[in-house]
Every structure is written in structure tokens, then in C-alpha cells.
Design a protein around this ligand. Structure first.
Ligand code: MN
Length: 256
């Protein structure tokens, strides 16, 4: 059971293991060779970063029944997969930039994110969770007004800062058992569901994706959003809460 973080302390970028407010600094890469360095820091003295640096960000569209219905899309028979560029990844409390070009409507999407821990290729659903290190929270920020006109979703979901993740990786939770998931804008709840309502669960997604694509340590899978999506504007604060993980907070700011 562990809560892993990636963080900045002075000019160092490090991985650590969090217990309460104490950071146990790891030497090396959480997704490669690492060990406990023996150094401890206080959570108050560090700045949390996105908890991993993925080689790819895989995402699932329409993976909650209620969200497919709000879009008037039939319940999918196979996962609807798209990718966000890794340049979209940002961390907890970091600003999400409202684009100054191309887009006029930006939406939040609360999502559970699975973090891959081991090289996965052709794994079975039964063994798939052996390849998942743990879970974090993600916001699949989307320029909604571009989604239909551009057909492909790479740009509307791929603007810089449109993939905030964090605040940490929690290893000891079970989405299948049902985790409350909600999105709050300026303290008002906009989305509320439970991970037991996922159409394709995490073992299915890891197994299915691994038949086609090698999943590498640190890669992430955004598992889809429930109903209640809606727009935000500069000055708004988005917060996504998932039971057993915590809260991912990001302010929306006009792109500088
Ligand atoms: Mn999504």
C-alpha cells in the first residue's frame, strides 16, 4: 500500500512515497530502478508535479453509460480510444490555459486514470491488474466547440495543459468496488458518479489495448467521464475528487 508522488524541491525533481505529510525521497526513477534514499522532507516544503511522465496518454470516450446517453451516442461495443499528446500533461494546482486561438468553449471531464507499472503486451484481463501500478485523478479538458467540426479529437483534447493529472498515485484502491467520482467548479458540484458505472473496466482496457500497443511503465489511461460535462472560463477553479485518492485542483487561466 503506497501513495507515490513526483515533486520539485529546490532545483531537484524527485519521486517520493508519501506517508501522512512526510515525504520519503526515492533515489532513481519510480518506473525504473529506485530505492528509498533515507532522506525525508515535509509535504509543505515541496511542489507536487504530475505523478508520472508518460510516453503516451491513452483515453477512452463514452465509457460511462450516462455520458453516452447525454451525447445521444449508442452504448459502445468496443472501447472508443483516442490519445492526448504528452505535451498536454500538467500537474496539480497548475493552470489550465484557455486557448487564445481556435477554441471558444473549454469543458472539464472528471476521470479516473490508471497508471501502468510494467511493460504490458498481450496480457489477459485476469492478469491485467499486475501491470497497473495504481490510480490517479485526471481532467480530460476538451475544446468542445472543435470536437465535431474537426472530426478527429487530437487537437480539441490536445492543447497544452489539457491533461492535468495528480496529485499522486494511489496503489491500494479497487475501482471495481466502486469509487465516488465528482467534478466541482468554484466549489459547486457539476458531475457525480461512481467508477462501478464504467462500461469497460480497467482490466478489460489494459488487456484490450495491450493486444495492439505496448504499454510502458508510466503510461496512463484516462478511463472516461460520467455525465454532467460543461464549460469553464478563465478565473474558474476546477476540482475533481475521487474516493480513496483525493482531489485534483486546477485553475483556468487565459493563455499568456
Ligand atoms: Mn474524456
Amino acid at each position: 500500500m503506497a501513495r507515490f508522488i513526483r515533486f520539485q524541491h529546490g532545483d531537484r525533481t524527485l519521486y517520493g512515497k508519501l506517508s501522512g505529510d512526510t515525504v520519503h525521497v526515492l533515489s532513481g526513477d519510480l518506473f525504473g530502478k529506485h530505492q528509498d534514499s533515507g532522506e525525508t522532507l515535509s509535504l509543505a516544503d515541496i511542489r507536487l508535479l504530475a505523478p508520472c511522465t508518460p510516453s503516451k496518454v491513452l483515453c477512452v470516450g463514452f465509457n460511462y453509460r450516462d455520458h453516452a446517453e447525454e451525447f445521444d451516442t449508442p452504448i459502445p461495443e468496443l472501447p472508443n480510444i483516442f490519445m492526448k499528446p504528452v505535451s498536454a500533461v500538467t500537474g496539480p494546482e497548475a493552470p489550465v490555459y484557455f486557448p487564445k486561438a481556435l477554441a471558444k468553449q473549454v469543458d472539464y471531464e472528471a476521470e479516473l486514470v490508471a497508471v501502468i507499472g510494467r511493460h504490458a503486451r498481450h496480457v489477459s484481463p485476469e492478469n491485467a491488474l499486475d501491470y497497473v501500478l495504481g490510480y490517479t485523478i485526471g481532467n480530460d479538458v476538451t475544446a468542445r466547440d472543435m470536437q465535431d467540426p474537426t472530426k478527429q479529437w487530437t487537437v480539441c483534447k490536445g492543447f497544452d495543459t489539457f491533461a492535468p493529472i495528480g496529485p499522486w498515485i494511489e496503489t491500494d484502491i479497487d475501482p471495481k468496488a466502486g469509487l465516488d467520482i465528482s467534478c466541482w467548479v468554484n466549489g459547486e458540484r457539476r458531475q457525480h458518479s461512481n467508477t462501478k458505472n464504467l462500461i469497460f473496466d480497467v482490466p478489460y482496457l489494459v488487456s484490450w489495448l495491450s493486444q495492439a500497443i505496448t504499454l510502458k511503465p508510466g503510461d496512463i489511461i484516462f478511463t472516461g467521464t460520467p455525465s454532467g460535462i460543461g464549460p469553464v472560463n478563465p478565473g474558474d477553479v476546477m476540482e475533481i475528487r475521487i474516493q480513496g485518492i483525493g482531489s485534483l485542483l486546477n485553475p483556468v487561466e487565459a493563455e499568456p
